[in-house]
Design a protein around this ligand. Structure first.
Ligand SMILES: Nc1nc2c(ncn2[C@@H]2O[C@H](COP(=O)(O)OP(=O)(O)OP(=O)(O)O)[C@@H](O)[C@H]2O)c(=O)[nH]1
Ligand SMILES: [Mg+2]
Length: 484
């Protein structure tokens, strides 16, 4: 995707649509010269004389502005008036010369200015090209560049804090520290290869083995934070499931605090899966309201039930809803047999009505829910709620968060991995270290040890971009918006 770094690139940096202000940016060595072709300072002074990081009132013109031989300005037709700021290299986002124009925020006017920029010699930027330049010019490392996108996309305070921690270099520091340790070990191993004749022991095998084991454990710990990191960054999907009329749609509406899904006393109301993003105690959760599960005769309802099943497959969390104003049914019991591998919660709804569940049924439910799930010794929380009065909803929110994150988990307290790319690189480094450890243990020659050690170092380098390929860069930056 990338064009040559010498080009001056331009883009509209604000979203499409009408707004008070719309911003365009130009970046490149010649950005100020290009901008001078369409920006006419009201002070009459040339743009090249503008001080860095100062706003100037200016007219933005269709074409080349100039002065008559008598010194009188003869600007071409104005497109708009606005403010212009010059940010000289290297003190700018891209570390190149940047000119930003703040115009009126209409799609047509911004497009017209953008076209004038191209006429003046700029090229339209590709998605993420400004940030890519910041990376290529050494202003940001790759993990920090990715954090720019995470910041733009963050949906909760937690995901924003995580992105900001990464943007400030929290994760990069941790990765660089581990990488430096391995580079030091490699230096010892390589020295031992080079000076093997002299019979000097540069590092004792035990010391080398210990160093590798320690780093491997730290890499594994960091890779494990990916589960929580991803939940904060990308959110989790929770399907609300249960029989018709138990109050699934009512619960969705209550958690959303909006009248989103149709609620009626008629069983079989919901057909399509309804998906909404809601912030639950700082975690972005995609809630899926589904059609009530039952043997339906109506083909439309049958399709709804099929979609409910697909939603269950897709979700990481199942919120099983029961109607507490009815006795526990056989069908209710069978609900617990579904997807025991998923994280489950039970909401006994309609607790504003007299309970028809007997103590023994409740005890049975507790036993059913408490049956240890395979590979997980957690119990399934049971919460009494009323979608109608709002009772118990706070406890339900707490329980959903607890199903997703560790207790007392606070984002931003330690370096966290939130992207699959980073996790994959960490696991690759860990595997390479495993191979290194086994070579050391088998007392293989230094060359063998060095090859795997270098692979581990390179894998860690992929996270920060110390080691990168065009392919990796293209994959990362194509997700960005144009103008960032
Ligand atoms: N008293 C009381 N009634 C409720 C409560 N929650 C839902 N209801 C009522 O139960 C009926 C069914 O509610 P829905 O939310 O449509 O139930 P559903 O599970 O989505 O039903 P289907 O879409 O048909 O599967 C409606 O008449 C609601 O007003 C509650 O907490 N208390
Ligand atoms: Mg419904």
């Amino acid at each position: 995707m990338s064009g040559p770094l010498q080009d001056t690139i331009c883009a509209i940096a604000t979203p499409v649509g009408e707004g008070g202000i719309g911003i365009l940016r130009l970046s490149g060595e010649k950005a100020i010269e290009v901008a001078a072709g369409l920006v006419w300072l009201r002070s009459g002074k040339p743009l090249a004389s503008a001080r860095s990081h100062r706003l100037y009132h200016a007219d933005i013109l269709e074409g080349a502005a100039g002065r008559s031989p008598g010194g009188q300005p003869h600007p071409s037709r104005p497109i708009d008036e606005g403010l212009v700021v010059v940010m000289r290299a290297p003190h700018s986002y891209t570390a190149e010369n940047i000119v930003e124009l703040h115009c009126h925020g209409g799609p047509f006017v911004l497009q017209a200015v953008c076209e004038a920029m191209v006429r003046a010699g700029a090229r339209m930027a590709e998605p993420g090209e400004f940030t890519k330049r910041a990376f290529l010019n050494g202003r940001l490392d790759l993990a920090q560049a990715e954090a720019v996108l995470d910041t733009i996309r963050s949906k909760t305070a937690g995901s924003l804090r995580l992105a900001q921690e990464q943007l400030r270099g929290g994760l990069s520091q941790e990765v660089n520290r581990l990488r430096d340790t391995l580079i030091r070990l490699l230096a010892h191993v390589e020295a031992a290869i080079d000076f093997t004749e002299e019979d000097i022991a540069f590092i004792q095998p035990q010391e080398l083995a210990d160093g590798i084991q320690r780093t491997m454990a730290e890499i594994a710990r960091l890779a494990e934070t990916c589960r929580e990191g991803r939940i904060l960054r990308e959110g989790a999907t929770a399907a609300i499931i249960g029989h018709p009329n138990v109050g699934k749609s009512s619960l969705l509406n209550a958690l959303l605090m909006a009248d989103r899904a149709i609620v009626t006393p008629i069983p079989g109301t919901t057909r399509d899966v309804i998906e909404e993003l809601v912030n639950i105690r700082g975690v972005p959760v995609r809630l899926l309201d589904t059609a009530g599960l039952r043997q339906a005769d109506d083909p439309v309802e049958q399709e709804g039930v099929r979609r409910s099943q697909a939603a269950m497959e897709r979700a990481e969390v199942l919120l099983i809803v029961l109607d507490g104003s009815l006795p526990l049914s056989e069908a209710d019991r069978r609900l617990f047999a579904r997807h025991p591998d998923k994280k489950r919660l039970v909401a006994i709804n309609k607790c504003d009505l007299p309970s028809r569940m007997t103590q023994s049924e409740l005890a049975e439910l507790t036993a059913l829910a408490g049956a240890p799930e395979p590979e997980r010794a957690e119990t399934v929380p049971i919460i009494h709620v009323s979608a109608k009065t709002g009772e118990g909803l706070d406890r339900l929110r707490d329980a959903i968060r607890m199903r997703l994150l560790r207790v007392n988990f606070e984002p931003g307290e330690a370096a966290l991995v939130s992207s699959v790319r980073h996790q994959a690189a960490l696991l690759k480094a860990k595997d390479a270290l495993g191979a290194t450890a086994s070579s050391v243990e088998r007392a293989l020659s230094g060359e063998f040890v060095a090859v795997d050690l270098r692979a581990a170092i390179n894998a860690l380098g992929e996270i920060t971009g110390a080691v990168s390929t065009d392919d990796i860069l293209d994959r990362i930056f194509r997700d960005f918006c144009i103008g960032k």
